[in-house]
Design a protein around this ligand. Structure first.
Ligand code: AMP
Ligand code: ZN
Length: 463
């Protein structure tokens, strides 16, 4: 039985989706105002493991990951860069998708952008207003905490904290627990917003950050769905506010399982932009680290364990993944007399699944795999591993890798590289620089792809 630690209940709950065989899950995605650091990718790799394991267990997964392309930070930094908000966030959206491919993170089914869903947010705020959960101050609209008695159930806020909180309001998207306040659903335009505003039935302004995720998750997943994930900093205020807005608007339970990963730390401090103690994926690749090692490093520590980031750990992860790759590379040359490896494979599989069933216990799962590697190597040293045995081992490893995604990372990174060349070729064609466009086509060909021009634009095909 699959069990997940649920932040809401503070227990490992048996997993039972609302609809048999179907999982609807929402993942808080990036705020697209700069390159994510690898702390952010700890969260996305954990969510990828969750998604992949649900699929391994036979569920059909419908995952939605939002792109926050309007909030305090995107507005502030697009103005600093003197760029229109849309152009500014487009750069960071593209870079994010490139990083996902580099890390072999599977695509979600939908990536809704906040700026494409303003009418949905407006409708939801109107619904809250009709139900008496809001009040207006100078054109901004706030959520009334005192109308929602179960506020604090996710972050487990105590009565005293809440009592102090009903006495004021907060305009910023981000704030700490000691500042529990009525929060902004809609923010009236101010000069700092520049040309970022929408003229709506609610007036001239923009949505608060929290309402974005409530409106977009319910639009694509329904008013009540299975899983909602994020990093631990999302618990308060973001997810607490999402619950308040969503449940107040519909009168129903919003989400059944809340899963949060612990932070990636540097010297015991959260890796974050504001502390300046961060590495981006690009930083590490430029230093010569490989994406497979980075993915493995982020994956191999259980998502609820604190994880301290060091370059030494990263080197250790590269060694670990290399051992698996070498093992796989050597299997095809096995020519021993034959051993019955089926019981060993069966046992490994049970151990792998039993571990991951238990709140994604990745250490147990990897332990089972490395035990298999040792056992198979021993059989081989005795000249007993036949080609058929080796193939059976290979098949099982590939099956496991549908969850781990580390054996084929290089291929994924390679594809990302080719996609980038394709984008550059399109750009060259747009600028009528056909010499460069042809050179790029050849570079793509050298990497084993041909470009097919279709009515929907160009597509890559493996030769
Ligand atoms: P943001 O772009 O700041 O909204 O963050 C995107 C995701 O990364 C959220 O799920 C955060 O909770 C998560 N996150 C931010 N910093 C870290 C960190 N140091 N370790 C793990 N997850 C993080
Ligand atoms: Zn969110």
């Amino acid at each position: 039985m699959l069990r997940f630690y649920n932040t809401l209940t503070r227990e490992k709950d048996n997993f039972q989706p609302l609809e048999p065989g179907q999982v609807r899950m929402y993942t808080c995605g990036p705020t697209v105002y700069n390159s994510p650091h690898i702390g952010n990718y700890r969260a996305y790799v954990f969510e990828d493991l969750l998604r992949r394991y649900l699929k391994y267990r036979g569920y059909n997964v419908n995952q939605v990951m939002n792109l926050t392309d309007v909030d305090d930070k995107t507005i502030r930094d697009s103005r600093r860069a003197e760029m229109p908000l849309r152009d500014f966030t487009a750069i960071h959206k593209n870079a994010f998708f490139e990083d996902l491919r580099t890390l072999n993170i599977e695509s979600a089914e939908v990536y809704p952008a906040a700026t494409d869903h303003i009418p949905d947010m407006v409708a939801m705020i109107q619904q809250l207003r009709e139900r008496g959960y809001t009040y207006d101050v100078d054109g901004s609209i706030y959520f009334r905490l005192d109308r929602f008695p179960s506020y604090g159930k996710l972050a487990h806020l105590d009565a005293e904290t809440l009592q102090n909180g009903v006495s004021g309001r907060v305009d910023h998207d981000e704030y700490a627990k000691d500042n529990v306040r009525d929060f902004a659903l809609w923010k009236a335009w101010t000069p700092e917003d520049g040309d970022v505003f929408w003229e709506t039935e609610l007036g001239k302004g923009r949505p608060g950050w929290h309402i974005e995720c409530s409106a977009m998750s319910m639009k694509y997943l329904g008013t009540h769905f299975d899983i909602h994930t994020g990093g631990e900093d999302n618990i308060f205020p973001h997810h607490e506010n999402e619950i308040a807005q969503s449940e107040a608007a519909t009168g129903e339970t919003f989400v059944n399982y809340w899963l949060h990963c612990r932070h990636l730390l540097v010297d015991n401090m959260k890796m974050s932009k504001s502390l300046g103690n961060f590495f981006t994926l690009r930083d590490l690749l430029d230093q010569g680290f490989k994406s497979k090692g980075i993915r493995y490093a982020l994956l191999a520590t259980h998502y609820r364990q604190p994880m301290n980031f060091t370059l030494d750990n990263l080197r250790g992860a590269e060694t670990g993944v290399q051992r698996l790759l070498d093992f796989m590379d050597n299997l095809p040359s096995a020519d021993g007399s034959g051993a019955d490896v089926r019981p060993l494979l069966q046992q490994t599989r049970e151990s792998f699944e039993k571990s991951l069933d238990d709140d994604l216990n990745i250490s147990g799962a990897l332990g089972a795999i490395f035990q298999l590697v040792r056992d198979v190597n021993r059989i081989r040293a005795d000249d007993r591993l036949s080609p058929a045995d080796a193939r059976a081992v290979q098949d099982l490893m590939h099956h496991f890798d549908s969850v781990l995604g580390v054996l084929d990372v290089d291929k994924a990174a390679h594809d990302a590289d080719v996609e980038q060349l394709l984008a550059q070729r399109q750009e060259a064609r747009k600028n009528r620089d056909f010499g460069r466009a042809d050179a790029l086509r050849n570079a793509i060909r050298e990497r084993g792809y041909v470009i097919e021009d279709t009515p929907h634009g160009p597509r890559l095909k493996r030769m």
